[in-house]
Every structure is written in structure tokens, then in C-alpha cells.
Design a protein around this ligand. Structure first.
Ligand code: ATP
Ligand code: MG
Length: 245
């Protein structure tokens, strides 16, 4: 599937009549890896919700591939900042969810979900309920669920925030591997400037006035093959099989 283009055009986003950002303009090219940073409360999660189709703009437009975003779609997977797993479904059944929406047959669904859980280092956690998992494990189940959908756009809200340094590096590597294999447009919110510089082909700084700064980053691991090879080597072996600590 081809990566989506995403665009906010003069978009006003907010809650209950209170605008968080007004007249926001931001375009993400198909296949681009955009890192978004900015102070707490400036509207990063709000922007992702709008791209995900969970928050319609009150003015202006939010578009995917040139058409207004009318609601959620399996084409645009959101990894939430707060835990968004269904608490009554096991980890495996959470990962199966987007596969069911895509009408993948039941036995393939299960095998796919197990394979994705293994790739995020949770091969043995499939039967556990979210409350039986640590915060970092739940984040990785969310990641597996988002990747399993094979989305055309990945909207990631501090997806690795709860992980220790080693597991974070393994997940960054997994993301780079998955994207090399199945390109997608990525909007990646992070508080970690090093992570933004490592992964983002472009970094935007969001503020109360919208996009306050735009920093091209041609030496990111996603844009420069030589740098990518270097980074992958430095990040070490991918997390497969057993749980990464
Ligand atoms: N569901 C909601 N209802 C009302 N106000 C909200 C809601 N969600 C967020 N806000 C407000 O919108 C503003 C932007 O919030 P948002 O979550 O987008 O910030 P953020 O940049 O993601 O911050 P952080 O870095 O802390 O995650 C904040 O002032 C917040 O209080
Ligand atoms: Mg947020």
C-alpha cells in the first residue's frame, strides 16, 4: 500500500469551543518521517487526533491524500500517548483488532498477531490482559497493533516514552526495519530531541502559534542509507522472541 499524504490547511483544532491551535498549516509528504516536538500542552496530541480522524477541525481542513479526513480509518493507525488497549481483551486479541477490521481470516489473524507480538519482544505475553502488563509492555502491544494494521500512515504519540533505553533502541530499530519493508508516512511526537534527530527527516516545533520552526534533517536514519546502516549497527540486535527487558 502506498503511503498517504497528510495536510492541515488553516486548521483550527480545539475542544468545546476552546481553540488549541488556529489556522494551522502543515503538510506531510507521502512516505515522509516527520518528528514533532513542542512544549507540553501545545497541541501535539491534538494534531495527531485530527489526522487520525478523531477530532474534526472547527475551521479549515485536515486532509489525507487530498480528501478531507471524515473519521478514523485502518489506513491511519494511531499509537496513543495514554494507554488505549481494550482492557477486557488479551494482548493478542488487541493486536488482532485491526486485522479483523481488514477482514483477515481468523486463523491468519492469530498467527499475524503472535508474529507482531514476537517482533516487539512479547512472544509470551499474548494471553495476558493489559492490566497484567507493565506500562512499557502495553506501549509495545500498542505498537504491534499499529504495525499489524499495515497502515499507510502511522501517527505515533510518544510511543517509546515508557521504555528503558535498551528496549527503546530495539523498538526504534524495529520501526526502521518495518518502514524499509512497508513504507508509510509517519508523524512521530516525541519529547526526546535525540530521538527526533535520529528518526525525523524533518522536525517541526509546534507552539501556540502553530508550526514555530521547521528543521530539515537529511542525516536522519530514515533519509540517509549510510546513516541508517550505521544507526542500525549501533542499535544492536532486534528484539525478537523473548521479552526485551
Ligand atoms: N479532551 C480534551 N478536552 C479538553 N481539553 C483538552 C482535551 N485534550 C487536550 N486538551 C487541552 O488541549 C491542549 C493541548 O493538549 P494536547 O494533549 O494536544 O497537548 P500536547 O502537546 O500533546 O501535550 P503533552 O506534551 O503534555 O502530551 C491542552 O491545553 C489540553 O489541556
Ligand atoms: Mg500529548
Amino acid at each position: 500500500m502506498t503511503p498517504l499524504s497528510l495536510r492541515a490547511e488553516g486548521a483550527t483544532l480545539g475542544y468545546g469551543g476552546r481553540a488549541v491551535c488556529t489556522g494551522l498549516d502543515l503538510a506531510v509528504r507521502p512516505g515522509e518521517f516527520l518528528a514533532v516536538v513542542g512544549a507540553s500542552g501545545c497541541g501535539k496530541s491534538t494534531l495527531l487526533r485530527a489526522f487520525a480522524g478523531l477530532l474534526p477541525p472547527t475551521a479549515g481542513a485536515v486532509m489525507a491524500d487530498g480528501a478531507p479526513v471524515a473519521g478514523p480509518s485502518p489506513d491511519r493507525a494511531l499509537v496513543f500517548q495514554d494507554d488505549a488497549l481494550l482492557p477486557w481483551r488479551s494482548a493478542r486479541r488487541n493486536v488482532e483488532l485491526p486485522l479483523a477490521i481488514r477482514n483477515v481470516p481468523r486463523d491468519r489473524r492469530r498467527a499475524d498477531a503472535d508474529a507482531w507480538l514476537a517482533r516487539v519482544g512479547l512472544a509470551d505475553a499474548g494471553r495476558r490482559l493489559p492490566r497484567q502488563l507493565s506500562g512499557g509492555m502495553r506501549q509495545r502491544v500498542q505498537l504491534a497493533r499499529a504495525l499489524a494494521a499495515r497502515p499507510r500512515a502511522l501517527l505515533m504519540d510518544e510511543p517509546f516514552g515508557a521504555l528503558d533505553a535498551q528496549t527503546r533502541a530495539a523498538m526504534q530499530r524495529l520501526l526502521l526495519d518495518v518502514l524499509a519493508d512497508a513504507p508509510a508516512t509517519v508523524v512521530f511526537v516525541t519529547h526526546d530531541v535525540d530521538e527526533a534527530l535520529l528518526l525525523g527527516e524533518r522536525i517541526v516545533v509546534l507552539g501556540p502559534a502553530g508550526v514555530e520552526q521547521e528543521i530539515p534533517n537529511p542525516r536522519s536514519a530514515t533519509s540517509d542509507p549510510a546513516r541508517r546502516a550505521q544507526v542500525l549497527a549501533a542499535l544492536g540486535a532486534p528484539a525478537t522472541g523473548e521479552e526485551a527487558a
